[in-house]
Design a protein around this ligand. Sequence first.
Ligand SMILES: Cc1cc2nc3c(=O)[nH]c(=O)nc-3n(C[C@H](O)[C@H](O)[C@H](O)COP(=O)(O)O)c2cc1C
Length: 239
Amino acid sequence: MIAEYRTKRGEKEGEMTRREFIVDGSIVLGGAVGLMTMGGDFINPQKAKAANVVFPESTCGNEKPARKKALVAYSSYCGSTGGVAEAIGQSLCDCGAGVDVRLIKNVNDLSSYEFLVIGSAVRSGSWWPEAIDFVVKNREVLSRIPVAYFLTCLALYRNTDATRRIAEDYMDPVLKAAPEIKPVDMGFFSGALDYSKLGFVYRTVMKSKMKKQSIPEGDFRDWGAIRSWAGNLSSLLRT
Ligand SMILES: Cc1cc2nc3c(=O)[nH]c(=O)nc-3n(C[C@H](O)[C@H](O)[C@H](O)COP(=O)(O)O)c2cc1C
């Protein structure tokens, strides 16, 4: 899967570039600074609309002690990546693993896991910083057990060679931050856009950016692709 995306580097004329797509954090920050007096809610969408957002966590299959244990840990601000993490966890569980799905901020101890899937929504061209920090903090453990990475983003609203390259580039900061971790696979998934879950600044910036890219509000998660990717991973749990 990774090799397939790496074949055609170099932009063709007229192709969407990564820079065009990224929701530039500096623009958002610039707008937000003027609104600081009104509170941090404008800067942190998770905080701003927490009441509307569900971040699922679950445990599956752990009642059977012989099963290999896997953790699916994720970062999200509007919740849709949690749905992706749950679908991955369910697929691994269906294939015989004992699986915990957890928000990264709630993971303290990795010692009981034999396999890890770590994912994040993309914000400003990269995983959430807390997800990269998690990988760096646990680099020693993660370089010894099988690890898979995934992301959700809106660049993949259109599935083309160019957008797949953009999505693949979003993973570079993670790979560079902890190069000793060699993921067994990486999943690139289209996400969701729900303006009601964003604070004023992010909603305004995203609306303008998405209008330019002709990307509508909606849920673009491809459950078939997500389950198929997770199903392929499960072969690693049988060895
Ligand atoms: C503030 C903000 C910045 C974003 N930046 C990017 C980006 O740089 N590239 C991209 O492809 N998608 C970007 N997205 C889209 C999200 O990655 C996508 O909506 C994802 O599914 C959100 O996941 P969540 O619901 O778990 O937070 C951004 C979304 C928001 C709200």
